[in-house]
Structure formats: structure tokens, C-alpha cells
Design a protein around this ligand. Structure first.
Ligand code: GFR
Length: 312
């Protein structure tokens, strides 16, 4: 069967650029939305031109002109929209709802992958304020997709390795601590963590797979289901040095939210659900979702002890 044509909306973003690369490397005719609003953002423009050199087609379109989106969508079979919600939350939901409307009008799309790529929002009804907005917004977009009868796949279930592995899950850091490491509770809650390049690879693997049509694809490869303790041990073995472990109770961790700015409170909530509650791993996939490494065993996903080496 010929490879479906893919449009990536958000193709110059943190995950989007990886999805564009994966789409090209897996042989899909790849289109990337080029928004005039990027203006003088030279990094984004340069990235778009680099994609063009690699064979991607740039398609102009703007969220302020719905018909331009409809025209772009009519060129392809599959639309993928990895635009971050955490940074531009309110903006994000409006953009995605407009994209749903444009896909509905175009009428030709075989699969839409909205901006998920984290917790499964359908399982986060209990989530703490204010971080719960990330999940409530995603559920609004899911309802719009399902009401419009747009075929979909939701890709979710893992934390990004750059945000949770390289820093040994320390908030406010992107590199590992040198002396002391904060351990959430007993550090034994299991978390699913995945290299972002693998998230992109699995995302493109699934777009033509009937097994994930109108389903959730969970990113929970068994060897990357780790506790923070296991992650820290990997690091200590790698550098041949033990760090001082300082445990913080759930109560103290949540109490630390007081006085924090909004974005930090959102982050604390997400960390709480990941590292105290184990919300990424405390349920069985299978009933309405499939697990990526089982469906696509040919993807050699990066293990975290390999991933950590570059930080040493
Ligand atoms: C695992 O799924 C998710 C993870 C999700 O569905 C939504 C958001 C997240 C991440 C965010 C990514 O932007 O949880 C927290 C946040 C990343 C973050 C990392 C926020 C504050 C920090 O101090 C931080 O330190 C590494």
C-alpha cells in the first residue's frame, strides 16, 4: 500500500521537527505548514528550508485564514499536530479546534493525530489544579474530533526523556545534579519515559496502521518503565559515584506549590501525578489502546541507560 501523504502542523516545534524527520525517513510524502506568523523567527524559517532540502513540501497557511488551512489539508491524507499545550495553553486549544474545523470542511483526511504525546487525558479526570487544564483541554479537542467523526489516533503515555531522564527528574533542570538528588517519596513509582525521536518514529509508524484507527497508541515500552530510583542508580553506575538522595514527601512536594507562579504549579502537578501516583503506568493498556513497542517491534527504542551516557 502506498505511503500516505502527511501534513505536520507545528513542524518546527520541539516534537514537530522530529515528526517531520521521521515522516521523511519512513518514506511519506511530507508537507509542513509554513505560517506567515513566524515572521522573523529565523530558526523556524531555517528549519523549514532544511526540511525542504530533505524533500518536504512547505505549504503556506495561517490559523487566521481557515480556508488556507483547508487548502493545505486537501493536499494530504494524514494530519499530525504536535503543538505544545504547556507553554501556550489557551492558544493551543483554540488552534486545535480551528484545525478540527478545517479538517471537517476539507473532508478528505484519513487520520488526524492531535496534540497528545503525554498523560492519557481520559485517565486524568482526578488531576490536581491548575495542571489539570492540560488534560481538560485535550478532552475538549478529543470531543470535537469525535463529534466531527474525524478518524483519529491518540499517541500518549510517556514523559519526554529530555524533561525527565537527563535531569534525573529534577524540576527546573535539564542536566543531572552533581551532588544531591531529590527523590519523590520512596522513588519507586514507575514512570514511562521515552526518547523524543522514538516518540516521533512510533507516531509515523502508526498513521497507516488499521490496528490503531480511532484508538489510543500507548508509549510504554517495557524496558523504559522505570522508577526514579532505577534511573538514579543507572546514572550512579554510569559516573561511578553515588549522589546524596534527599527524599521529599508528597505532602511537602505539594505544599511547595504555594507561592509558585502558574507555570511552576502546573509542572508540580504533573510531576506529582508521574512520580508519586505513577499515573503513566498504573493501568493496563489493551482494552481500548495498543502499546507501541508491541505493535512495532522493529523500532529499536533507546533505553535510558544509553540515553544518559551523553550527559556524563
Ligand atoms: C507526561 O505527560 C505530560 C508531561 C503532559 O501530558 C503534559 C506536560 C508534561 C510535562 C511538562 C512538559 O512541558 O510535565 C511538566 C512539564 C515539564 C516541566 C519540567 C515543567 C516544569 C519543570 O520544572 C520541569 O523541569 C524539568
Amino acid at each position: 500500500m502506498e505511503k500516505s501523504k502527511v501534513l505536520v502542523v507545528g513542524g518546527t516545534g520541539y516534537l514537530g521537527r522530529r515528526i517531520v524527520s521521521a515522516s521523511l525517513s519512513q518514506g511519506h510524502p511530507t508537507y509542513v505548514l509554513q505560517r506567515p506568523e513566524i515572521g522573523l523567527d529565523i530558526d523556524k524559517l531555517q528549519m523549514l528550508l532544511a526540511f525542504k532540502k530533505q524533500g518536504a513540501h512547505l505549504v503556506e497557511g495561517s490559523f487566521s485564514d481557515l480556508e488556507s488551512l483547508v487548502r493545505a489539508i486537501k493536499l494530504v491524507d494524514v494530519v499530525i499536530c504536535p503543538i505544545s499545550g504547556v507553554h501556550i495553553r489557551s492558544h493551543n486549544i483554540l488552534l486545535q479546534l480551528q484545525l478540527v474545523e478545517a479538517i471537517k470542511r476539507a473532508g478528505n483526511i484519513k487520520r488526524f493525530l492531535p496534540s497528545e504525546f503525554g498523560f492519557d487525558p481520559a485517565r486524568m479526570g482526578h488531576a490536581l489544579e491548575p495542571g489539570r487544564v492540560s488534560f481538560d483541554d485535550k478532552m475538549v479537542v478529543r470531543k470535537a474530533i469525535q463529534d466531527a467523526k474525524i478518524p483519529f489516533t491518540y499517541v500518549c503515555g510517556a514523559g519526554f526523556a529530555a524533561y525527565f531522564a537527563g535531569n534525573l527528574s529534577q524540576m527546573g533542570a535539564l542536566v543531572p545534579p552533581k551532588e544531591k538528588v531529590l527523590i519523590y517519596g520512596d522513588g519507586n513509582a514507575k514512570v514511562s519515559i521515552m526518547d523524543e525521536d522514538d516518540i516521533a518514529a512510533y507516531t509515523i509508524k502508526t498513521i497507516d496502521d488499521p490496528r490503531t484507527l480511532n484508538k489510543t497508541l500507548y508509549l510504554r515500552p517495557p524496558e523504559n518503565e522505570l522508577s526514579q530510583k532505577q534511573l538514579v542508580e543507572m546514572w550512579e553506575n554510569l559516573i561511578g559515584k553515588k549522589l546524596e538522595h534527599i527524599s521529599i514527601s508528597a505532602e511537602d512536594f505539594l505544599a511547595s506549590m504555594k507561592g509558585m507562579d502558574y507555570a511552576s504549579q502546573v509542572g508540580v502537578g504533573h510531576f506529582y501525578h508521574m512520580f508519586y501516583e505513577g499515573a503513566l503506568t498504573n493501568f493496563e493498556t489493551g482494552e481500548e489502546g495498543e502499546e507501541a513497542s508491541k505493535l512495532y517491534p522493529e523500532v529499536k527504542y533507546t533505553r535510558m541507560n544509553e540515553y544518559l551516557k551523553i550527559y556524563a
